[in-house]
Structure formats: C-alpha cells, structure tokens
Ligand binder design. Structure first.
Ligand code: BGC
Length: 251
C-alpha cells in the first residue's frame, strides 16, 4: 500500500492528508478543518465523510480519535461532546468507503509514526527500551512502546497532580489560555514529566503535538532521567500513524 488517507481528529480541528504509509511521506499538504462547536457524533462523522468523499479515488483510510478506541468502538472523549460512549466508529467509517479502514487513539497513531519513521526509530526493535510519546495539545495523549510494541489506550494525560487532571497543568492549551510564558509552562510540563517518570521509567520521552515545533523554547526547563526529544514528524505524526494501522486489503 503506497497511498492512504490519514485523518487526525484533534481537540480543535480535523487534519487530513494523503500519505505513503511505506515511507511516512506526505503526498499532499495537510488540510485542516476547524471543529469549533461541531463535536457531536453526527458533526464529526459528517466532516470525516466529507474528507473521504472529496478524494478523487477510493483510498485506504486511517483515523485517529482523541479518546479510547477498543475494537473500533469509542469511549467518551474529554474534548468532544457526549454520545461517543460505545459508538461503533469503525463501522461508521466503513460505511463511508469500500476501502480498508482503521480507527485508533490519536496518541497511539502518533506514536506508531514516530517509532517507525521519527524520533523513536532507534528504539523500535526487540532491544528497544520503553518509549513514551506524549502529545501536548488541547489535551494530553500518551502512547507507550516497549521493544517496539504498543500498549494501546494508555490514558496518562488524566493522572491527578495536586488533585487536578494533569491536562489542566501541562496541555499546550493551558499555556495559551492562561497566557503563560515558556518558562512557567515548561516548569509545569516538567512537573508532569517527573511524575510520569516516577511511575514508568521510560528511556525516551517524545514530545508530540503542534507545540513540539517550539521544543527549543521549553526544553531547557525539562529535567528528567529519560532522554526527551521532540516528535520528528511534528503535527503530521497522528495522521501518518493512523495509516500504519490500516489492515492490508483482502486479495
Ligand atoms: C484523551 C486521549 C487523547 C488526548 C489527545 C485526551 O483528553 O483522553 O485519549 O489521546 O486527549 O487528544
């Protein structure tokens, strides 16, 4: 499969692009559709259906979802509306296309891409120690790999720190909403990383999400035992990784 459509449903927009899943290369620019208040199941499905229908040909489709996805069914997502609990999202996407499809958690998708093509490449084998990818965006997504294998649906963005959800401390949205400077927000991210590190001891932490492009602004405030690196695929990691989860088409 050398062409697929990657779709990344985030907390504020849906990003999509054609991808070569064999190389991780983007074959088109990333299109971004703002979600604004369109967060219900019907709204999101309509937007995703539109993105798929706008392709000039039938392509395999991979979709990253900002919440837990088990066997194609979603759990409630913090940054979407109610109605997603136990929703058969895989079935709904299947009904939009005759090609093969995959649906998975957005951070898991970003992690797959970073392990295969990006910052985690060196750890992506039988000798690879634990790698934790953390996406800092509207919320916090986490994906854990050991020896290159993903432990899916890890929701470490919602651990409690000082009695509050960690997303309220270290998501990238906190920096913008509270007008924090890089040092103040970097210190909060550091608090989060150190808390996580006490629980998991990863060898490598990859920081993903759009803010990874500004890694140089806050990396000096991060003091961890693990090596910390920005996602190499930046904002494209989620949609690239979603295409890696697509099962091969039946002959
Ligand atoms: C969700 C995660 C998701 C992350 C990033 C969190 O609020 O619980 O499942 O990966 O946001 O979208």
């Amino acid at each position: 499969m050398n062409q697929a459509l990657g779709i990344d449903i985030g907390g504020s927009s849906i990003k999509s692009a054609r991808v070569n899943p064999e190389t991780g290369d983007l074959l088109t620019d990333i299109a971004s559709t703002p979600l604004a208040d369109r967060r219900s199941v019907d709204d999101v499905l309509e937007l995703v259906r539109g993105i798929i229908a706008a392709q000039p040909e039938i392509l395999p489709v991979g979709v990253g979802f900002p919440g837990v996805v088990r066997q194609g069914r979603t759990k409630p997502a913090t940054h979407l509306e109610h109605g997603w609990n136990n929703f058969d999202f895989l079935g709904a996407i299947r009904s939009c296309t005759s090609g093969p499809v995959a649906v998975l958690n957005d951070a898991d998708a970003a992690g797959l891409a970073e392990m295969r093509f990006g910052a985690g490449l060196r750890y992506n084998g039988p000798d690879g120690g634990p790698v934790l990818l953390i996406t800092l965006g509207t919320g916090i997504g986490t994906a854990l790999f050991h020896r290159g294998c993903l432990f899916p649906n890890l929701e470490l963005g919602h651990i409690e720190i000082d009695g509050a959800d960690a997303e309220l401390l270290a998501a990238a949205s906190v920096r913008t909403h509270k007008h924090l400077d890089w040092q103040r927000w970097g210190a909060q991210v550091n608090r989060y990383l150190q808390t996580i590190e006490r629980l998991l001891s990863p060898e490598l932490i990859i920081i993903g999400g759009g803010v990874s492009e500004n890694f140089a602004h806050f990396s000096e405030f991060l003091v961890t035992e693990a090596v910390v690196r920005p996602a190499r695929l930046g904002n494209a990691a989620g949609l690239v990784g979603a295409t890696l989860a697509i099962p091969p088409a039946l002959p």
